[in-house]
Design a protein around this ligand. Sequence first.
Ligand code: PDD
Length: 285
Amino acid sequence: MSLCYLNGRYLALEDAQVSPMDRGFLFGDGAYEVIPVYSRRPFRIDEHIARLGNTLAAIRLPDPHGPAEWRTIIGEIIDRNTWEDQSVYLQVTRGADSKRNHAFPDVVRPTVFLMSEALITPSAAVLDAGVAAVSAADFRWLRCDLKSISLLANCLLRQHAVDQGCVETVLFRDGFLTEGSASNIFIVRDGVMLTPPKSHLMLPGITYDVVLELAARHGLAYQVREILEHEVRSADEIWMTSSTKEVLAITALDGRPVGSGRPGPVGRQMYEWYQQFKNTVMRGG
Ligand code: PDD
């Protein structure tokens, strides 16, 4: 049974109820986070809470809790669920109003919801083979830096991949790489790791930051710069990164092999560094 949190109460997920007048339901008006938990310890929790704060501030939704309270609630959800490794989902909406009105209610009572699922990271077989991706034009809005629950465009773009038997859709806007439908994208060319700079066109991924830190720490050559579509299509390696996929090689793009068609050496190394880093952080607290 999965235990969730809704507006101050811990209860079984199937017993949680939200009003149909909730602005999250009517307008997709809210913010969310997905926090990976390894051996019952949340990974990069301060960074996730800080990003939540940034999204809430940008959408003018007063943060109903401070960082300390968020840590307590997240800790409770982890403790009250059974899995050692979890994926904690946290959502804050602008709450329910008495009528449907685009403009904000005078008095906002945010809806706060957290749930947890077993964290299933890519299996050894998937890591060994890599995954297939397709590409598409990035038709999302111009605030992709916010972790908004309005994810219809992302859902359409992810489904575009699934319809073609693929795992992710790599997005291009005006001839440049932005990110994936639910991941950030890195490429490797001539041994140099490349990824686009943070901007309003992509989510500032927590995993993205960890990968850049690991590259710097281990002396891997890398550049953070705008990446042209043709550079992605002729890359030696492409990886997707996210809290649940970690560092995962994309070995085919639009039906054509990426590099050798197998996960490349730089990506394998980064995956190893990521696992080592996870383990030290988990042991050290
Ligand atoms: N998605 N870009 C987008 C559009 C995303 O939705 C995500 C994560 C990322 C990677 O961010 P992070 O490294 O902080 O997980 C990039 C989450 C996992 C989701 O929506 O389920």
